[in-house]
Design a protein around this ligand. Structure first.
Ligand code: SF4
Length: 239
């Protein structure tokens, strides 16, 4: 069945690149659901003193996130396939007007990477993603080391989370299930870890030293209004 492509602002090059990367273009019914779900989630985030906004495509999300970063800001890069997939880090590097604390730079020793993760707590802005977000606006994450969830909870002054629509879950139980059934095993495979899930795709509640399921966080709200901003993207991105 031929799919109708939504969004007249999407250049053909962007659509082609998405197809080549394996991302599926939404049909008009999915795009409509995405927007309706996002509007509801944003309303619920605001009730929790967080902020949210919706971008139909990764191209729009990229522009909108870049516009949120003031010149001269110090930005902490946390683990996020989504922010990498939309091209954010290459874009910030090309701009050259922000300082990026990047513990993922090639060639860093473990000690150097850890030092940068600590430094990131003092950044102006942290950019990452969530493992799942509920319809009522709760942010669900699971870390191996804990630097991402810790910084998200109480670190940089501003937290920007770029979240693909594929991470929307009905409630807390389904969000936790999503993380354990899918996000954690896929990330273990991505990172080439020696964990049971990396071998067969299923969580075995392992005790591997490389286990990435050590620190859960469920963020239900903020005391500092708008400190956390969730940029929902109407496309499937990240795990
Ligand atoms: S607990 Fe272990 S097996 Fe289960 S998802 Fe996490 S790393 Fe994989």
């Amino acid at each position: 069945m031929k799919r109708e492509v939504i969004g007249f602002r999407r250049p053909e090059g962007f659509l082609r690149a998405n197809r080549e990367r394996g991302y599926r273009v939404m049909d008009k019914n999915q795009a409509s659901w995405n927007k309706k779900a996002a509007i509801g989630i944003i309303e619920n985030l605001e009730k929790r003193r967080m902020a949210g906004s919706f971008a139909e495509s990764c191209a729009e999300a990229l522009e909108e996130v870049v516009a949120m970063i003031p010149e001269g800001a110090c930005v902490y890069r946390c683990g996020s396939v989504t922010s990498t997939a939309i091209g954010l880090w290459k874009r910030l590097e090309a701009m050259g007007k922000v300082k990026v604390i990047d513990p993922y730079l090639p060639g860093l020793s473990r000690e150097e990477s850890l030092k940068l993760r600590h430094e990131g707590f003092g950044a102006d802005i942290m950019i990452s993603s969530c493992n799942a977000i509920t319809l009522d606006g709760r942010l669900v994450n699971l870390d191996g080391l804990g630097n991402r969830v810790a910084a998200m909870m109480f670190g940089p002054q501003k937290v920007i989370l770029v979240v693909g629509i594929n991470k929307v879950c009905a409630d807390l139980d389904s969000a936790i299930a999503r993380v354990k059934l899918y996000a954690a095993p896929v990330n273990a495979i991505r990172l080439g870890l020696d964990t049971a899930c990396a071998h067969d795709g299923i969580c075995h509640d392992c005790r591997s030293p490389q286990r990435i399921c050590n620190m859960w966080s469920v963020i239900e709200g903020q005391q500092v209004p708008g400190r956390i901003h969730v940029k929902l993207v109407g496309e499937n991105f990240g795990y």
